[in-house]
Design a protein around this ligand. Structure first.
Ligand SMILES: Cc1cc2nc3c(=O)[nH]c(=O)nc-3n(C[C@H](O)[C@H](O)[C@H](O)COP(=O)(O)O)c2cc1C
Length: 336
């Protein structure tokens, strides 16, 4: 079925950013329309990419039509198996390292023809061809890979926002059970790196997935002029962003846990959520780095009051200490 422009919803970018969640429950009986998939992929295609080299590609897979489904399923991490089997499509995002070596010249040329590369900024053809392009093309593949995977991340992020704006659920999924397995299943050449799998479908859980997930505080992430000087948010701006639906009610929203259990019951899966030990929950909820609002604080209290929580695995304490100390982290904060 095709679509007319008038039928495409107009969610604002800010609202799509605020509405996006990792969706983990999909309606197995509802397929995503071709036009929506096309829109999602177009969003990826239009993402910014260095030198216009177009390094990000994708394979769109549907369980019902894919001959190598079983092989792919063997590669997905265990906690993602249900998701791949119930979503509508999986987009396997790929990063083409050869775009860097093979398309830098043409990519820059397209930018010049488009009126993007100008003399104003000091671009000139001779310098580009004798210095810039050969320098870029002499990068080892490891460096190119870091640069281009970042770019694929941009494309995927943009695609997910487009999907959200069309009422679709998204989640990125690790396929780490069989390293190299996805590349092998698709027969990818060595320059084509499998970057991430992206499940798309109609959510069975509420689109808000129980509320916006808590993040670290703004001022703990952003710095002003120098590293370590907090950049403070303006509360009035945050209030306006709340009105625009970018900042939304924090998880968990009322009814979230009941919904999870209903879904588990419907598909014959185990109900409930995972819990951390009492001491760990209390330590975390009092950690000032996190932007904990009243809903998640109340949930933490409820979890502690309910009891029946697991014990901290004391036999792992030394391992965690060693792993953190290797990175110069203050273990007393986490391992008191
Ligand atoms: C690169 C990447 C890989 C992820 N892999 C998984 C995954 O394998 N399984 C899963 O359930 N969630 C996965 N997620 C989802 C994150 O856990 C999720 O984004 C996080 O819980 C924050 O919640 P939100 O996306 O709903 O805001 C992944 C997210 C990213 C960005």
């Amino acid at each position: 079925m095709s679509i007319s422009a008038a039928e495409i919803p107009d969610m604002s970018v800010l609202e799509a950013i605020g509405t996006r969640r990792a969706i983990r429950y999909f309606d197995p009986d509802k397929k995503v329309e071709d036009w929506k998939l096309q829109t999602v992929l177009q969003a990826g295609r239009l993402a910014s990419c260095q030198g216009n080299i177009n390094a990000t590609e994708a394979i769109v897979v549907q369980k019902e039509t894919c001959d190598i489904w079983d092989e792919l399923e063997e590669c997905v991490s265990g906690f993602n198996v249900q998701i791949i089997n119930q979503c509508s499509h999986i987009v396997f995002w790929l990063t083409n390292l050869n775009a860097w070596y093979g398309r830098a010249n043409d990519g820059l040329s397209t930018l010049a023809l488009s009126g993007a590369l100008t003399k104003y900024h000091g671009w000139n053809y001779e310098f580009t061809m004798t210095q810039t392009v050969p320098r870029l093309m002499s990068f080892p593949t490891e460096r190119t890979e870091i640069l281009l995977r970042f770019e694929s991340g941009q494309a995927v992020g943009q695609a997910m926002l487009a999907a959200t704006s069309l009422g679709l659920g998204n989640i990125l999924l690790a396929f780490g059970r069989k390293p190299g397995g996805v590349e092998k299943a698709f027969g990818l050449p060595p320059n084509m790196k499998f970057t991430w799998a992206h499940a798309i479908g109609y959510p069975l859980e509420d689109m808000n997935a129980g509320g916006q997930r808590v993040r670290l505080k703004y001022e703990k992430l952003f710095h002003k002029d120098s590293f370590g000087t907090p950049l403070l948010p303006d509360p009035a701006v945050d209030a306006a962003l709340r009105e625009k639906n970018m900042l939304q009610a924090q998880a968990p929203l009322p009814g979230r846990f009941e919904q999870i259990d209903q879904l588990a019951d419907r598909f014959g899966r185990e109900p409930g959520v995972v819990s951390w030990p009492e001491k760990e929950v209390k330590r975390l909820i009092n950690d000032d780095d996190w932007d904990f609002g009243p809903a998640i604080k109340a949930r933490a209290e409820q979890v502690v009051a309910q009891g029946n929580l697991p014990d901290y695995p004391e036999e792992m304490r030394e391992t965690f200490k060693k792993l953190m100390e290797e990175h110069g982290l203050d273990t007393s904060k986490y391992l008191s």
